[in-house]
Design a protein around this ligand. Structure first.
Ligand code: ADP
Ligand code: MG
Length: 536
């Protein structure tokens, strides 16, 4: 028996299988009617596997729980950490009281299972004969119990390893999804830039109110599309751009998010007859390093999810606390919870179980947390609510910040400028040309970095350069480096489909005036031009 169970150490896949095997082996070898394996669970011993002869059934049973140190011979065996031999169980009234009536147990033996000197459970054997066990059985069972404990520990460790592995696979899946998303976002930003620019140009030439209305619809849809793409980019962001990070008081963020979302959890819920209570327990006492707006946005998202998970009303608990390396933000609800299957996919963009859900909320949360070098953990059971906790690193003493020039609110008249546009996407290039020429500027076009450099060298005058980054021949950054060697002060604006992913260190190093994310509107382009040429 000892040998067999020992061998299982290497071949177990399922803890339950191991437990059943242990009780089966013991029952067969001792030729006894009943063997029960109890494992410690909190303050109790919990029945983990049972073996009954002759039924040989493991069916469904209500696991019994015993108080350690008090109830029956198992409780005492666990409490005192030594085997208890009961040749006549009628002398153990505490034990008899717990037996089902139909059970005719006359004698029993209980052996503690120990791991590194700690009791982890009890193995119990019973018999319908008086004095069925003697000291030899106790010795054998004790020897066996050492193997059983090790096997159980190994099974636990093995299950944990599987768990960690599946988490790694999940992380890897999200990473590749992120890369794909980021590529798609880039392409769509380019498309939307063309749509937006062309539609805005068309608007300038058209007076018919009916057609204008159509085009305005196109513009507003393209802008909405841009918004969606930006949310996807929040999920996919890979570059460590922390230029907008400051010390953030999570308690403040929590209070703001609760206020911002009040219409949703208070007014809207109440008008639907629901009662949702929000409880704040804010104990963070140091600041984290982050972008306050984004952190507020993730909290608002988590609150919305909590509200949506509580169709009958309930409670949302928002908690903050600090440890020595970071601060944690917890949002807990008493809602419907999730199945393990749903839980596995919640961070995947567009995964939703809701009618009309976007499936982008938690993807965005995930991206923002990752960008903050934080961690996110979700615990949830169907019917038992959900708890999301976000850990963020504390803000270090020194912060490096780069400020891009702010957009002026008033557009001032400027002289006409000579503008070099370097962009490999012809539709965008042409759109930009029309936009700037309509405003009276002179435009020089180049389809890649190499051509851009040639144009700069041969032009009489260039006042400002608008350049894309990813281009064939000479990339945007390579072009910028070459321009800087000739014109250290020439204003340069970067047009990027990658949004915030432009490296802020390089932006500062090369004295870039503005980084514009695609898609941009006509007014944003003019504002950028005015800002730079007016030296703001
Ligand atoms: P959406 O809310 O648009 O469905 P999210 O990305 O915010 O998208 O959430 C994805 C899915 O995760 C939800 O559809 C829901 O199934 C699950 N989920 C998120 N938060 C909770 C919560 N607090 N309780 C239960 N399920 C949740
Ligand atoms: Mg949501």
């Amino acid at each position: 028996v000892v040998h067999d169970v020992g061998r299982r150490i290497t071949s177990i896949l399922d803890q339950r299988y191991l437990f059943r095997e242990v009780v089966r082996r013991v029952a067969h070898s001792f030729n006894i009617e009943l063997v029960v394996l109890y494992l410690i669970d909190g303050d109790d011993l919990c029945e983990t596997a049972s073996y009954f002869l002759p039924e040989d059934s493991y069916g469904f049973w209500e696991p019994s729980r015993l108080k350690i140190g008090q109830e029956g011979i198992c409780g005492i065996a666990a409490g005192e950490g030594r085997p208890i031999l009961a040749p006549d169980v009628s002398k153990h009234p505490g034990f008899l009281r717990m037996l089902p009536v139909e059970q005719n147990t006359r004698s029993a033996v209980a052996v503690p299972l120990k791991l590194k000197g700690q009791v982890i459970g009890v193995l119990l054997a019973e018999s319908e004969n008086l004095a069925a066990f003697d000291q030899t059985d106790v010795d054998t069972l004790e020897a066996l119990s050492a193997y059983v404990s090790t096997s159980i520990e190994n099974a636990r460790l093995y299950t944990e390893t599987l768990d960690v592995q599946s988490k790694l696979v999940e992380a890897e899946k999200l990473r590749s999804l992120g890369m794909m998303t980021s590529g798609i976002a880039h392409d769509f930003n380019n498309l939307l830039a063309v749509i937006l620019a062309r539609a805005e140009l068309a608007l300038l030439d058209i007076d018919d109110p009916k057609i204008r209305a159509h085009i305005e619809q196109v513009i507003s849809s393209a802008k909405d599309g841009g918004e969606t793409i930006h949310r996807l980019q929040d999920f996919a962001r890979t570059r460590e751009d922390t230029s907008d990070f400051v010390g953030v008081d999570l308690n403040q963020v929590a209070r703001e998010a609760v206020e911002l979302s009040r219409p949703r959890w208070k007014d809207q819920a109440q008008s639907g007859g629901l009662d949702i209570e929000v409880v704040l327990d804010l104990e963070a006492n140091r600041t984290v390093l982050g972008a306050p707006v984004q952190l507020r946005e993730i909290l608002v998202n988590l609150i919305f999810n909590a509200v949506e998970a509580m169709p009958e009303g309930g409670m949302i608990r928002i908690e903050t606390f600090t440890d020595d390396k970071g601060a944690t933000l917890v949002v807990e609800d008493t809602g419907i919870g999730m199945t393990p299957d749903v839980k596995k996919q919640i961070f995947v963009p567009y995964f939703t179980t809701k009618n009309g859900g976007t499936g982008l909320g938690l993807s965005m949360v995930y991206g923002v947390v990752r960008r903050h070098a934080g961690k996110i953990e979700v615990t949830s059971q169907p019917g038992e609510g959900t708890c999301v906790s976000v850990w963020l690193p504390l803000s270090p003493e020194v912060e490096q910040k780069i400020k891009l020039p702010a957009k002026p609110s008033i557009v001032e008249p400027i002289r006409t400028a000579s503008i070099l546009i370097v962009e490999d996407e012809a539709p965008i290039r042409e759109g930009l040309r029309e936009i700037f020429e309509k405003a009276g500027h002179t435009v020089i076009l180049a389809g890649d970095g190499k051509e851009g450099l040639e144009k700069i060298l041969e032009a009489d005058r260039v006042d400002i350069v608008f350049t894309d980054l990813g281009m064939p021949n000479l990339s945007g950054w390579e072009l910028i480096e070459k321009i800087r060697a000739i014109h250290p002060k020439l204003p340069i604006v970067i047009l990027s489909g990658w949004g915030d992913e432009v490296d802020p260190i390089k932006v500062r190093e090369f004295g870039i005036s503005i980084v514009m994310g695609k898609p941009f509107s006509v007014s944003e382009l003019h504002t950028a031009l005015h800002t730079v040429l007016n030296g703001r």
